[in-house]
Write a protein of this length. Structure first.
Length: 404
């Protein structure tokens, strides 16, 4: 539709972040990349940064780089993510293992914090890793799982949590942005509900960090985990980060007692004595190479400000919803995300029985959205690497594939 494309061009012309589109590596044959909520695009500078790392930091400085920079990197990079994207003061965020390992560490620590609290609360439709880990922790500790079953489009709301927490609740574990619908949870209100029951609150930030402003300190969040390969563009398998509120450090005990969380890393003593600060969440040697790529994206977010990134995210997803209404709804496509941008994260989900086959056709044609079982397509619109024209191009391609 010419009107939609004209609107998209006008929005791109007025976009204060448009210059950053050129910072990302080109993908020959791809005309619309709408999966930045699963794997962010690489920056153009990454090949040279990796080459310089191999040539200089590793190749020339060799093991000396541990003392010169690498030992401090998990904490320094964690502090930077905390400042730029989380609203977290220094000393509360660390980059370490995978998302799964960090969720396990924190969930297991929370489960052991108070023997009188015997229940874990989690959403029945949460990402599989979160649910599977909760089931495993419950099996290990003999705790009871309480499952939330909220509205599938609008996600978990404070009243849903209030209905299940009690004096038996040890931990409430939820996703800030629903990986299916994109629904944005009310983090401060839900955290307050958990605290009113005396429970700890943990947030999965995988689909919100780098695109949604937040204030973990001010909102009283106890713990959080997020990945770095989506909106932080750290590359496939880049390590996750964990936030642990200062008051819990040295009090909650994580279960994987590795040498990097020992009070004196190089003492090589006969028994484990844990450190009392955020380093307690580390276990083994950190993946230094995998921490490189995200640093360039953090530069872009800091330069742009997370507030402007969020503003463009709202603009992109609003346009995607409008394009759905005008071009896809008449073909029987359902909107599976909230209409209100304030209640929505960085992706829009649409549904149709033919979308599995449609996605295969789109990928073959260089249009890359994300299929989610059973019949959903997620339009993942990473603000710094996605234009409005690209968004409309992708929706129109969905229309054409359905017609075909």
């Amino acid at each position: 539709m010419t009107d939609l494309l004209d609107t998209a061009r006008a929005l791109d012309d007025a976009d204060p972040l448009a210059a950053h589109l050129d910072a990302f590596a080109e993908a020959p044959g791809v005309s619309a990349y709408l999966d930045g909520n699963s794997l962010g695009r690489p920056l153009k500078v990454i090949p040279e940064k990796l080459a310089a790392f191999v040539r200089d930091d590793w190749g020339t400085r060799l093991i000396r780089s541990w003392d010169e920079q690498w030992m401090a990197l998990p904490l320094e990079l964690g502090d930077r993510i905390g400042r730029i994207a989380l609203g977290a003061a220094p000393g509360q965020t660390v980059v370490a293992d995978s998302t799964s390992v960090l969720i396990y560490k924190l969930m297991r620590a929370a489960a052991a914090a108070d023997a009188a609290r015997t229940e874990l609360v989690i959403e029945a439709g949460n990402f599989p890793t979160d649910r599977f880990l909760a089931e495993g922790v419950a099996a290990e500790t003999g705790m009871t799982l309480r499952w939330l079953e909220p509205d599938p489009v609008h996600g978990v709301r404070p009243a849903d949590v209030a209905a299940v927490v009690s004096e038996r609740t040890a931990l409430v574990s939820l996703s800030h942005v629903d990986y299916r619908s994109g629904a944005l949870a009310d983090m401060p209100a839900i955290t307050a509900v958990a605290h009113q029951a005396g429970a700890l609150m943990m947030w999965d930030l995988c689909h919100s960090v780098g695109v949604i402003p937040m204030q973990l300190d001010a909102w009283g969040v106890d713990m959080a985990v997020g990945c770095t390969y989506k909106y932080l563009n750290g590359g496939p398998g880049s390590p996750a980060f964990a936030y642990l509120r200062r008051e819990h450090q040295g009090v909650l005990q994580q279960p994987i007692q590795g040498w990097w969380s020992a009070a004196d890393i190089f003492a090589m003593g006969p028994e484990y004595v844990p450190v009392g600060d955020i380093r307690q969440l580390l276990s083994g040697t950190p993946p230094v190479t995998s921490m490189l790529a995200m640093q360039g994206m953090l530069d872009l977010i800091e330069e742009s400000t997370i507030e402007l990134v969020r503003a463009k995210s709202r603009s992109l997803t609003d346009l995607a919803v409008r394009a759905h209404d005008e071009t896809l709804a008449p073909l029987g496509v359902r909107l599976l995300s909230p209409r209100d941008a304030e209640s929505r994260g960085g992706h829009v989900t649409i549904g149709h029985p033919d979308f599995r086959a449609v996605t295969q056709r789109l990928w073959a044609d260089g249009i890359i959205p994300d299929f989610r079982f059973p019949d959903g397509i997620r339009l993942g619109l990473s603000p710094l690497s996605t234009s409005h024209v690209e968004t409309v191009t992708g929706v129109l391609a969905v229309r054409d594939a359905l017609r075909g």
